[in-house]
Design a protein around this ligand. Structure first.
Ligand code: SF4
Ligand code: SF4
Length: 135
């Protein structure tokens, strides 16, 4: 049995498609939905564990891409180096689930890891490389 953790991003017109149903029924995969969100502009994002035959996982991922989903390997963990962070707020603008925000009283960055979907967008946005990804 193989296992992959992926982040899926769906365009608005695909948000209501029964993606999980097809992964289970058509590709015999065991799926664990770790997080599913729909954002203001109605873009859907899902973090999934996929488990099953390695070839079936590849076929399932190909199916997802055929449904216009962007598929990324999910990071296992996101790490914020508080000593390096200068609280500029640049990362908060790309964090759709709101895991990163500036405290309005202290203007310090706050990281609520329980909201993180491991999309890694913040990593590239940080000018001082204070956010690191662990696979
Ligand atoms: S990886 Fe970064 S941008 Fe993505 S949800 Fe987590 S904290 Fe936000
Ligand atoms: S972009 Fe980097 S330096 Fe700026 S608040 Fe985010 S983690 Fe800190």
């Amino acid at each position: 049995m193989a296992k992959r953790k992926v982040v899926l991003t769906f365009p608005p017109e695909r948000v209501t498609q029964p993606i999980a149903y097809h992964l289970v029924k058509d590709f015999d995969l065991i799926i664990n939905i770790l997080r599913a969100e729909i954002y203001e502009e109605e873009t859907g994002r899902m973090v999934l564990d996929l488990e099953g035959d390695a070839e079936k996982i590849e076929q399932g991922i190909a199916y997802l891409k055929s449904q216009d989903a962007k598929v990324q390997e999910a990071a296992r963990d996101i790490f914020l180096d508080e000593d390096r962070c200068v609280d500029c707020g640049a990362c908060t603008g790309v964090c759709l689930p709101g895991a990163l925000s500036l405290n309005k009283e202290t203007w310090k960055l706050e990281f609520k890891k329980e909201k993180c979907v491991f999309c890694e967008l913040c990593v590239r946005s940080c000018p001082v490389q204070a956010i690191q990804v662990k696979f």
